[in-house]
Design a protein around this ligand. Structure first.
Ligand code: CP
Ligand code: NVA
Length: 314
C-alpha cells in the first residue's frame, strides 16, 4: 500500500477506506505466498536489513509474537523491549527514547497505558510508529478481524457486526473500520460502559458516508438477532484489575452463550481478540464450529506484516 509509506498508525481513523481495503488484500496475498506454495504468489523477504523496536508497557502474547515472527519471515529483526529492559519510564522520557530508537530502527511499535504516550512517541520519532494497544485504540486487532471476516464471508460491505460487552479499546477501532467499510454495527453494552463519545461521533459520521447503520443498545438479544458476526472481549482490560469484581457484576447477562448465538444468522461466526475468560463467553461457543478465534489470532501476523511492509514502502 504505497500511500502508507513513512506514515504511522495510531488508530483505524488514520486509514482511508481504499487503504484499508488494499491493506487487507495485501495481508491475504502474504498469507497465500507464505502458507500455500501452490498459490503462485511469490514469497519475498522485503524487509532484510530493517528492524522494528517494540516497546511493551503491558503484557502481550499475540502482538509480540506475531510482530516478531512476521518481521523475521520478511527478513528483518524485531527487538522486544519490556518494561524492565530499557530506561523508559524509570530513567528516560518518551521524547528521548523516541529520538534514540529512531536512530537505530526502521519502525517503532508501542503498547502503552495512556494513548497520549503513543501519540508523543509518534510526534518525537523520525520513523513510523505503530500503536500496539493503548487505553483508547487497538488498530492491529481490527486489521486481523476484518481480514478474518473477509476470508469467512468473501466480502465485508453489507454484513452486520455485533459487539456484546465492554465499550473498550478493541471495540473503538472495530467501530471505525466497520463504518468505513459499510458494515452495519450493533453494540450492546451496559449503560455505564458505552464506547468513547468522540469515537462514537466519528463512527456515526463515517457510517452516514458509507450508508451503513449504527445501533447502540443495552440489550444483547436485540443486537445479536440476525447478525453475521458476534464479537466480545474481556470485561476487565489490563490496568482495570482493581475494578474486576464490580465489572463482572455489572456485566451480568452479557455472556455470549449458545442461547444468545442461536438468535444470530445461520452462518454467523464468533470472534474474540483473546486472551479470553469464561465470564464473557462460555466454552460451548468459544470452542464451537462457529468460533474463528484461532484463525483470527493467526491473522494478526499476516496483517502486521502487510502493514510493516507498506510503512517501509516495500
Ligand atoms: N489480542 C491481543 O492483542 O493479544 P495480546 O495482548 O496477547 O497481544
Ligand atoms: N481490552 C483488552 C485487550 C487485550 C488485547 C485490554 O486492553 O487489556
Amino acid at each position: 500500500v504505497k500511500s502508507l509509506a513513512g506514515r504511522s498508525l495510531m488508530s483505524i481513523a488514520d486509514l482511508s477506506k481504499a487503504e484499508l481495503i488494499e491493506l487487507l488484500d495485501c495481508s491475504i496475498a502474504l498469507k497465500k505466498a507464505f502458507k500455500d506454495s501452490s498459490s503462485g504468489i511469490e514469497k519475498e523477504q522485503k524487509l532484510i536489513g530493517k528492524s522494528v523496536a517494540m516497546i511493551f508497557q503491558k503484557r502481550s502474547t499475540r502482538t509480540r509474537v506475531s510482530t516478531e515472527t512476521g518481521m523475521g519471515l520478511l527478513g528483518g529483526r524485531a527487538l522486544f523491549l519490556g518494561p524492565t529492559d530499557i530506561q523508559l519510564g524509570v530513567n528516560e522520557s518518551m521524547k528521548d527514547t523516541a529520538k534514540v530508537l529512531s536512530g537505530f530502527n526502521s519502525l517503532l511499535l508501542a503498547r502503552v497505558n495512556d494513548h497520549a504516550d503513543v501519540e508523543e512517541l509518534k510526534a518525537e520519532a523520525r520513523v513510523p510508529v505503530i500503536n500496539a494497544l493503548s487505553d483508547l485504540h487497538h488498530p492491529l486487532q481490527t486489521l486481523a478481524d476484518l481480514m478474518t471476516i473477509q476470508e469467512r464471508f468473501g466480502k465485508l460491505e453489507g454484513l452486520t457486526f455485533t459487539w456484546v460487552g465492554d465499550g473498550n479499546n478493541v471495540l473503538h477501532d472495530l467501530m471505525l473500520g466497520a463504518a468505513k467499510l459499510a458494515i452495519n454495527l450493533r453494540i450492546a453494552t451496559p449503560e455505564g460502559y458505552r464506547p468513547d463519545p468522540a469515537v462514537t461521533a466519528m463512527t456515526e459520521a463515517l457510517a452516514k458516508e458509507s450508508g451503513s447503520s449504527v445501533l447502540i443498545t443495552a440489550d444483547p438479544k436485540e443486537a445479536v438477532t440476525g447478525t453475521h458476526v458476534v464479537a466480545t472481549d474481556t470485561w476487565v482490560s489490563m490496568g482495570q484489575e482493581e475494578e474486576a469484581a464490580k465489572r463482572i457484576k455489572d456485566y451480568e447477562g452479557y455472556q455470549v452463550t449458545d442461547e444468545l448465538m442461536s438468535l444470530a444468522a445461520d452462518d454467523a461466526i464468533f470472534m474474540h481478540c483473546l486472551p479470553r475468560h469464561k465470564e464473557e463467553v462460555d466454552d460451548a461457543v468459544f470452542y464451537s464450529e462457529r468460533s474463528v478465534v484461532f484463525p483470527e489470532a493467526e491473522n494478526r501476523m499476516w496483517t502486521v506484516m502487510a502493514l510493516m511492509q507498506s510503512m517501509l514502502d516495500m
